[in-house]
Design a binder for this molecule. Structure first.
Ligand code: NBP
Length: 476
């Protein structure tokens, strides 16, 4: 029997995606460099569906129905090129290689162009959520040609998460579009996690609440508009007690956050595109700051308003205020992420629909949330806002939240508690609202020291003032 699709490299992700295809009735060819993994999968899960185990690249390729659909689940980076180089010579025009690893979109663009020259399709596909989602239905973000999606899409949609019976998989756009969107998804995930962590820290240190009590607060929030996977698991983590010590789990974990790099890529790419993703950037920096043990140790003696906490009426309403600040800051993080997706789409001619992206993020990924429906709604009409912030639903939410949001940011500053995510989000919001920005002064400074020229509000053209002379203005 010829297989509908093949999966090569059967580590946790490849193995679970292969099982997911098989559970949906597809015949799946299996291949791995070390054959023991193929045998282990067959021994343990061979009964779940139709598998075609193979022992060599040639046998693997021969087992696939044409046009061949070959999914590569390899460690991102050089190994992906190694595996592509292994298979491309064995394939024929019209065949497809799907890379479901965490590739950088620029690598995906390069690989797609190289394989297109050989008549092959290359589909760089974002697959978030880890091994559990790979088995039970991830959100899937494929990039590549429309022709490739026509053949592959139905299989990917089959194995994707479903929300309201709709697949969390859509054709994102050509070449690197899928991996770009997956990258920004991860950047938003960083921001979302940082904002939640700040909310926890403020409740703990400003109000003196215990982790168990804060877990209850998060459980309550998860019944409302903040309902999301990350809020849900936050309550689980905060409610967990360390078996060895009997202490709250969160108190025995070393407070140095790690990262694999997709958040960093999001910010690096945003810098290249000139897109202000300050909320996402603060989240990446907050992780790196946490890891600088030497810097933090050396700073322990620095003065601050030590030991103060909120009291009286401010304390009573603070929990609700933090919920508002969290929601408002989250809206800003998503607005920034959507802006970056739009900028990437424009730069590379991808034609990405942000509403369709938000829709497939509603299930099968880490940032899945009730809230995403609102983003889909925003971009489904013809009247698309320049920024998510001015869409009616979000505008109203920000209007309702802003007083509380400001109280939280000022309380944090007064108490000496870091809230970089909340603060950066509020500064972004206020900067966008400002009719005039001090950027005018910066232009003046640049013209003063470097004759960099400036534009005027009242006339077209570029101008330079003779700062060192009689300060007359010249047309540049
Ligand atoms: P890994 O990324 O750990 O490795 C997958 C396979 O890569 C291994 O089984 C190995 O195949 C192969 N490989 C390595 Br390692 N070095 C190689 C090389 N130099 N040449 C050829 N093959 C090589 O597995 P994974 O955790 O299943 O992740 C697969 C992809 O999915 C990665 O890109 C990852 O970033 C992405 N991803 C992972 C998760 C997650 O939670 N794990 C979540 C989302 C995305 P072998 O067995 O034949 O040696």
């Amino acid at each position: 029997e010829q297989a509908d699709i093949g999966v090569t490299r059967l580590a946790v992700m490849g193995r679970n995606l292969a099982r997911n295809f098989a559970r949906h009735g597809h015949t799946v060819a299996l291949h791995n460099r070390t054959e023991a993994r193929t045998q282990a999968l067959m021994a343990e899960f061979g009964g779940e569906g139709n598998f075609v185990p193979t022992e060599s690249a040639q046998q693997f390729v021969a087992s696939l129905a044409r046009p061949r659909r070959l999914m590569v689940m390899v460690k991102a980076g050089a190994p992906t090129d190694t595996v592509i180089d292994e298979f491309a010579p064995l394939l024929e025009p019209g065949d497809m290689i799907v890379d479901g690893g965490n590739a950088h979109f620029a690598d995906t663009r390069r690989r797609e162009a190289a394989l297109r020259d050989r008549g092959l399709h290359f589909v760089g596909t974002g697959v978030p959520g880890g091994e559990e989602r790979a088995l039970h239905g991830p959100s899937i973000m494929p990039g590549g040609s429309a022709e490739a999606y026509a053949s592959l899409g139905p299989l990917l949609e089959d194995i994707s998460a479903k929300v309201d019976d709709e697949p969390c998989c859509t054709h994102i756009g050509p070449d690197g579009a899928g991996h770009f969107v997956k990258m920004v998804h991860n950047g938003i995930e960083y921001a979302d996690m940082q904002l939640i962590a700040e909310a926890y820290d403020l409740l703990r240190r400003a109000l003196g609440m215990t982790p168990a009590r804060i877990a209850e607060v998060f459980r309550t929030w998860n019944q409302g508009r903040l309902e999301s996977y990350l809020i849900e698991i936050t309550a689980e983590v905060l409610g967990h007690t360390d078996a060895a010590t009997g202490k709250p789990f969160v108190d025995v974990v070393l407070d140095q956050a790690e990262q694999k790099g997709t958040g960093r890529w999001t910010v690096q790419t945003a810098l290249d595109l000139g897109i202000p993703v300050s909320g996402i950037a603060e989240a990446v920096f907050a992780r790196s700051l946490s890891g600088h043990a030497d810097l933090r140790d050396a700073s322990q003696g620095l003065p601050g308003p030590a030991g103060r906490s909120l009291g009286g009426s401010a304390a009573e309403s603070f929990t609700d205020d933090v919920e508002q600040a969290l929601y408002a800051s989250k809206i800003v993080a998503y607005a920034q992420g959507v802006h970056q997706i739009q900028a990437g789409s424009q730069e590379y001619g991808w034609g990405i629909d942000p509403g369709a992206v938000a829709k497939i993020w509603r299930g099968g990924c880490i940032i899945r949330a009730r809230f995403l429906n609102r983003i889909t709604e925003t971009y489904s009409g013809t009247d698309q806002p320049v920024t998510l912030l001015t869409a009616p639903y979000f505008r109203e939410a920000l209007q309702a939240a802003q007083d509380a949001w400001r109280r939280v940011v000022s309380s944090a500053a007064e108490l000496g508690l870091p809230a970089p995510g909340f603060s950066a989000a509020l500064a972004y919001y206020d900067a966008l609202r400002s009719p005039r920005l001090p950027a005018a002064l910066i232009q003046g400074q640049r013209d003063f020291f470097g004759a960099h020229t400036y534009r005027r509000t009242d006339r077209d053209g570029a101008f330079h003032t003779l700062w060192g002379g009689d300060r007359t203005e010249q047309s540049a």
